[in-house]
Design a protein around this ligand. Structure first.
Ligand SMILES: [Zn+2]
Length: 120
């Protein structure tokens, strides 16, 4: 083989290797892109759920049975469907939005207890 052909063959080898490297990099890049897209989706979901919780007034109350602190969204109270809120700790029903409970959740639990004791 002439010296020139050897050089050309060497260059072709290098080009070949570079092509392999580039396609490997491309694979990495595609994988990375997928990963970033997934992360972007996750972030969107997080942001949505965060915004949702910001919009909705979260009600804080206390289980009258076991004293467990309870949090739920105030929109639940206005839902058209009948919703039961149960205490995750003792399973006591805290609230049913069928009118049988007449809590004013704007009051803090201590005030609520006082009012109930006074018979209002
Ligand atoms: Zn409870």
């Amino acid at each position: 083989m002439a010296a020139r052909s050897k050089i050309v063959a060497g260059i072709l080898d290098v080009l070949d290797e570079m092509a392999d490297m580039i396609s490997a990099l491309r694979c990495d890049f595609d994988g990375m892109k997928e990963y970033v897209d997934d992360m972007d989706d996750d972030l969107c979901e997080l942001e949505e759920s965060f915004m949702m919780h910001q919009d909705h007034n979260v009600v804080e109350t206390e289980c009258p049975n076991c004293g467990e602190e309870l949090f739920f969204e105030s929109v639940l109270l206005d839902d058209d469907d009948v919703i039961e809120i149960t205490c995750p700790s003792c399973n006591e029903v805290i609230y049913i939005n069928d009118g049988s409970f007449d809590f004013d959740f704007d009051l803090d639990p201590d005030e609520l207890e006082t009012l109930e004791r006074e018979g209002h």
